[in-house]
Design a protein around this ligand. Structure first.
Ligand code: TRP
Length: 454
């Protein structure tokens, strides 16, 4: 979430500031909304297990890789690839497209969060908790209302950018994010102690091998990239603001650690309650909206707690959507010489226009694209097709064009910093991560089926 153009002199983050900014970008709807519902639709504990395996291999390799490219080149993603591997400049462009596509539906979910926050504020907590499934279903399938909330969410983002209060938002993040963690912990405790919750805990933690499938693995890879904000250049951008004395390896451990903690806590807040209240864990994107109001309804002062909780989720969503928007914005500024104001306004309008059919496809607009509603189809193109491709290119650039030795020299700051996992990382980024990503990508794009391999 940096306002400066990357052409000008680059400010550098303090080490703590970098960690907080990266955690702020990483922790968002991916952790709070997406992780629990994907766990629910992908067989529970087995998804969590595979998620963790991919996180420790591909996730760690890629986040460290992106940070390193960023700090070495001190450039935006496109400039960065142009500098170290000219032929791979398109990898940066893919990243820009991914961020742009994701923000079109991220804002829709942001709008849903806004609606829930607002409903708590105006005292509808009873309605929300007594008939939560019907309430949610009616809301997202109605043609107009979700679009209006999406627009409000976009306008809030615009207002923050226009009023130049980004710094204020960054400062607020320093207490809002810790507060979010505290509320997550309280909610998780309530959820786990509900009668009947243990089935949910078991579902969440105990991997059922019979649920293992390629689609679970694909979903886990996509979620690792989405949640760590990988495969769209944002971590290259953050890395470009890092000082030469920052410990890249440590950051590449800490960011995923906090990010995963948030996701796991959200899982504990939601999945046990799903079983306690008899909801369907494979409900999909509505899981958090259907479940949490019931949890809050079972707490004393739950309406206040619910309002505060959705406010904090809203905050996390806004910090993430702002940095997502920053990816295409800085592309237009740096590479197309647009001015910032024009870039932000034009992008916001286009993003809003695309979000309209996306939102309608949850309800009245039934046209299918390769069997998917438009909302899911855009997500598929961004997350299953383009995002892993961008990550794969990054591994190839580091492993075979720039070279792992040069990258490691950057990480070690020419011998001044320790790099304990050097061997592990080199093997990961050169062999393991690209092979895994490519294999999963072939599967999730459907190419394996097309080639008749399955
Ligand atoms: N990681 C964010 C989340 O979990 C979403 C995200 C994806 C993001 N790419 C990003 C945020 C780029 C900021 C910048 O919700």
């Amino acid at each position: 979430m940096k306002a400066e153009s990357s052409k000008g002199p680059r400010g550098t983050f303090s080490n703590f500031g970098f960690l907080m900014a990266s955690v702020g970008s990483a922790v968002g709807l991916g952790n709070l909304w997406k992780f629990p519902y994907l766990t629910g639709t992908n067989g529970g504990g087995i998804f969590v297990l595979i998620y963790l395996c991919i996180l420790l291999t591909v996730g760690f390799a890629c986040i460290l890789g992106e940070m390193t490219i960023g700090r070495f080149t001190k450039l935006n993603p496109i400039g960065a690839y142009r500098k170290i591997a000219k032929k791979y400049t398109f990898a940066g462009v893919i990243g820009v497209v991914v961020a742009f596509l994701i923000v079109t539906y991220y804002n829709i979910i942001g709008g849903w969060i806004l609606k829930y926050f607002f409903s708590y504020v105006i005292g509808q907590s009873k309605v929300l908790s007594t008939n939560s499934e019907a309430f949610f279903g009616e809301f997202i399938t109605s043609p107009l209302e979700p679009i209006i909330w999406t627009l409000v969410f976009i306008l809030i983002n615009l207002f923050i950018l226009k009023a130049g209060v980004i710094r204020g938002i960054e400062r607020a993040a320093k207490f809002m994010m810790p507060l979010l963690f505290i509320l997550l912990i309280v909610t998780a405790i309530r959820s786990v102690t509900l009668p009947g919750a243990m089935d949910g805990v078991r579902f969440f933690l105990k991997p059922d091998l019979s649920e293992l499938s390629m689609s679970t693995v694909s979903a886990a890879l996509g979620q690792v990239f989405f949640s760590l904000s990988l495969g769209m250049g944002i971590t290259i951008t953050y890395g470009s603001y890092l000082s030469d004395t920052a410990n890249l390896e440590k950051n590449a451990v800490m960011v995923p650690l906090f990010d995963t903690a948030a996701a796991i806590l959200s899982g504990f807040a939601i999945l046990p309650a799903v079983f306690a209240f008899g909801f369907d864990p494979s409900e999909g994107p509505g899981l958090i909206f259907v479940t949490l109001p019931s949890v809050f309804g079972s707490m004393p002062g739950g309406f206040l707690f619910g309002a505060l909780f959705f406010l904090l989720v809203l905050f996390a969503a806004i910090t993430s959507s702002l940095s997502l928007l920053e990816v295409p914005t800085s592309y237009l500024i740096d590479n197309r010489n647009w001015d910032r104001k024009k870039a932000v306004y034009v992008l916001s309008i286009i993003i809003f226009l695309i979000s309209i059919p996306e939102s309608l496809s949850n309800g009245v607009w039934q046209t299918k694209f390769f069997g998917m509603a438009f909302f899911d189809f855009v997500g598929y193109i961004a997350e299953a097709v383009l995002m892993p491709l961008c990550g794969l290119m990054m591994c190839i650039v580091i492993g075979y064009v720039w070279g792992t030795d040069k990258a490691a020299a950057e990480i070690k700051n020419n011998g001044l910093m320790p790099f304990k996992s050097e061997m592990y990382w080199k093997i990961l980024i050169k062999y393991i991560a690209p092979v895994l990503i490519f294999g999963i990508w072939l599967n999730s794009t459907g190419l394996l089926d097309l080639l008749g391999i399955k």
